[in-house]
Ligand binder design. Structure first.
Ligand code: HEC
Length: 112
């Protein structure tokens, strides 16, 4: 009996910590979106004529690999963004590497 209670508690704990981590990443992602380049990605991407990142990701039209490639190399009017992202305080504070930062931003846009 005691043993099964401990198992249940363990499962609940793991479930909770999983969602806390997901929430933290999305929070960092949101800060990146709002702060990159000083005015945030939205200063360009919240304008209807530019790619609507959140909708593209949700519709499956912008995969994680393409997303990362554009951030690292730029594309047309889209400036290279990875350096400005990695220099942001929320990213350095979380101790994120490039993969984690891109993951966080992608997860935020997917949830937005
Ligand atoms: C100065 C304006 C500007 C800023 C700031 C900006 N973007 Fe862009 N972005 C663009 C433009 C314009 C395009 C379209 C480029 C093209 O297709 O030629 C684009 C394209 C993209 C694409 C490719 C979309 C696709 O479907 O191919 C991604 C991904 C992207 N931006 C992500 C971001 C992220 C993330 C940020 C913030 C870190 C950001 N952008 C900040 C202007 C901007």
């Amino acid at each position: 009996m005691k043993k099964s209670l401990a198992t249940v508690a363990g499962v609940i704990l793991i479930t909770l910590s999983g969602s806390v981590f997901a929430g933290e990443a999305e929070e960092v992602g949101q800060k990146i979106y709002e702060r990159a380049f000083g005015r945030g990605c939205g200063s360009c991407h919240d304008i209807a004529s530019n790619p609507q990142l959140s909708a593209l990701i949700k519709d499956g039209k912008l995969d994680r690999a393409t997303f990362e490639k554009v951030l690292k190399e730029g594309k047309g009017g889209m400036p290279k963004a990875i350096e400005t992202i990695m220099a942001l305080v929320p990213v350095t504070k979380a101790g994120y590497g490039e993969d984690q930062a891109v993951d966080a931003l992608y997860a935020y846009l997917k949830s937005k």
